[in-house]
Design a protein around this ligand. Sequence first.
Ligand SMILES: NC(=O)c1ccc[n+]([C@@H]2O[C@H](COP(=O)([O-])OP(=O)(O)OC[C@H]3O[C@@H](n4cnc5c(N)ncnc54)[C@H](O)[C@@H]3O)[C@@H](O)[C@H]2O)c1
Length: 259
Amino acid sequence: MKRFEKQVVLITGAANGIGKACAQRFAEEGAFVACLDVTDELNENVASECRALGVEAIALHCDVTDKDNINQVVKTVMDKWGRIDVLVGSAGIYTGTPLVDVPEKQWQRTIDINLTGVFLTNQAVAPIMIAQKSGSVINISSMAGKTSWVASAEYSASKSGVIGLTRSVAMELAPYGATANAVCPGNTLTDMVRGVAAKVGALDGMTGEEWLAMRANDCPMKRVAEPWEIAGVVAFLASQDSRYLTGQAIEVDGGLIMS
Ligand SMILES: NC(=O)c1ccc[n+]([C@@H]2O[C@H](COP(=O)([O-])OP(=O)(O)OC[C@H]3O[C@@H](n4cnc5c(N)ncnc54)[C@H](O)[C@@H]3O)[C@@H](O)[C@H]2O)c1
């Protein structure tokens, strides 16, 4: 199935994990993909894998905390392809520090990347989608945006912020036929979650593997997610099948949070 033939998709955090899985999924379905990340070599590999699937793809250095960098990258994409149909905001970090030990600088860095980065990228593409009278914004929040656990103060705050921000973006885009939704993954097997497992597990005397096994056991489906399972939902939210779906924060967590 090729639902996105020649559509232009911008993905932040495309070099790894969920962003990379999204780049592969959109390329498989015929989209032109702009891969945005701060990790240039891995990002170039992802763009090259997309091109090997027969689509156009470029890797662009983009720090989502840098407004000038974002605007320059968006201009590059518009000069090349003349439109932006989909924005996936997947760039993010997790630190895993207990509240009493979180330095203010670390709090601010997490908010800057996970929340302000989403704000700046959404702000940069919104005028384009408004002018086109079409488009899909999909911001990657987290189950931590809806619930919390230890050592996640700044992460949870940033991810709850993404949900509120996405609702507001959805309200402003809706009259123009464009949508904005958040996706809230549960534990998903990426480098980030391996880091989380090692750090948060250690707080409870567990290895990373033990912590991940515990998280899988807590989940009704008794396993963690693979990145492609998140990418599939992102693709649905960018597709024509979800044109009347906006302002939602959708849990993709094997049934961990049911609301
Ligand atoms: N893996 C999980 O279990 C999980 C669960 C819920 C939500 N999430 C969210 O999904 C998103 C992707 O996470 P992942 O697990 O794929 O992580 P990951 O670490 O594998 O990938 C994150 C990517 O973001 C990039 N990045 C970091 N800072 C950046 C910046 N300032 N500008 C541009 N790019 C930057 C990194 O270079 C990396 O390529 C994140 O927003 C994360 O919070 C992940």
